[in-house]
Design a protein around this ligand. Structure first.
Ligand SMILES: N[C@@H](CCC(=O)N[C@@H](CS)C(=O)NCC(=O)O)C(=O)O
Length: 280
């Protein structure tokens, strides 16, 4: 259908205006052509889409929010599937034995799927040449990578230990929160984790941002998306973010608009829900 309309349109626009004598005889064709011409912008605005990326995700998760924001901000053709309650099914485990989301499915991936939010963003940015989000220059790229690895390896574990109890998420084996320790001990561990957040947070500010609006410079990079999304969880424990961090998150949301606000809305909605439940 789209092909026919596009062909028709091309013919109409390619031909010069009909001479007056011939115009009446061509009235019907002209009507059809006019209709086709009207339809033309729609047809042209939507070129045939290549099969997009499939993204399995969990709405309340900031790991997932990261990729959801990135995919929207980068304008990537993708389809989201809510994997709530499905990550440990035999079907999911057969594809992804780590049972982790976000997970993408994309043609050309050696195992068909890819998980880990940062790896997904790196892969998609590489594949689609999205240098704006993930600079090509090795030194600049290294800083983005360093910020993301530092986040996943150092900041995120503190954030998880501080917020997961309040979020109602399972905690990691071997940690106090996961053990059958006395609730006071668990609360102590949670407070210690919350207190430990300040140091890496300051490192993002003073070292990685280094006076720039974002880690990526004038525009948010994938490391900025990863950081801002992570900080969203802190609202569940009413963590007092420093002013720079509040301004930074607001600046990212302003820059990315709906691409940020929509997935953030799911996380914020979940936090409001658990807070309301705790208050009841
Ligand atoms: N480091 C990973 C963490 C991924 C992760 O922990 N995903 C959780 C949700 S926040 C998950 O899918 N859990 C489901 C399960 O383990 O079954 C990333 O950044 O993607």
């Amino acid at each position: 259908m789209a092909k026919t309309a596009a062909k028709g349109t091309k013919k109409v626009t390619a031909k010069p205006a009909a001479k007056p004598a011939k115009a009446a005889a061509k009235a019907t064709t002209a009507k059809v052509s006019a209709k086709a011409a009207k339809a033309a912008p729609k047809v042209r605005a939507k070129p045939a889409k290549k099969p997009g990326v499939k993204l399995s995700m969990l709405r309340p998760s900031v790991n997932n929010m990261t990729v959801r924001v990135f995919a929207r901000a980068a304008g990537l053709d993708h389809a989201e599937t809510d994997a709530w309650g499905l990550t440990r099914t035999p079907e999911f485990l057969a594809r992804n034995p780590a049972h982790l989301t976000p997970m993408i499915e994309d043609k050309g991936l050696p195992r068909g799927v890819l998980w880990e939010s940062c790896a997904i963003m790196q892969y998609l940015a590489n594949k689609h040449g999205l240098d704006k989000f993930y600079p090509k220059a090795p030194a600049k790229r290294a800083m983005v990578d360093s910020a993301m690895f530092y986040l996943v390896g150092t900041l995120y574990p503190y954030v998880a230990r501080a917020t997961y109890p309040a979020l109602g998420f399972p905690q990691y084996a071997g940690e106090v929160g996961h053990s059958d320790a006395h609730p006071d001990k668990k609360s102590e561990a949670q407070k210690a984790a919350a207190a430990a957040i300040a140091e890496p947070l300051e490192v993002f500010h003073s070292f990685f941002r280094d006076g720039k609006p974002f880690i990526g410079g004038a525009n948010p990079s994938i490391a900025d998306i990863r950081l801002a999304a992570t900080l969203e969880f802190l609202a569940v424990i009413n963590y007092a973010l420093p002013k720079w961090a509040k301004d930074y998150m607001a600046a990212i949301e302003k820059k990315l608009g709906k691409a940020y606000a929509e997935p953030a809305g799911d996380v914020r909605g979940y936090i409001a829900h658990v807070k309301a439940q705790a208050a009841a």
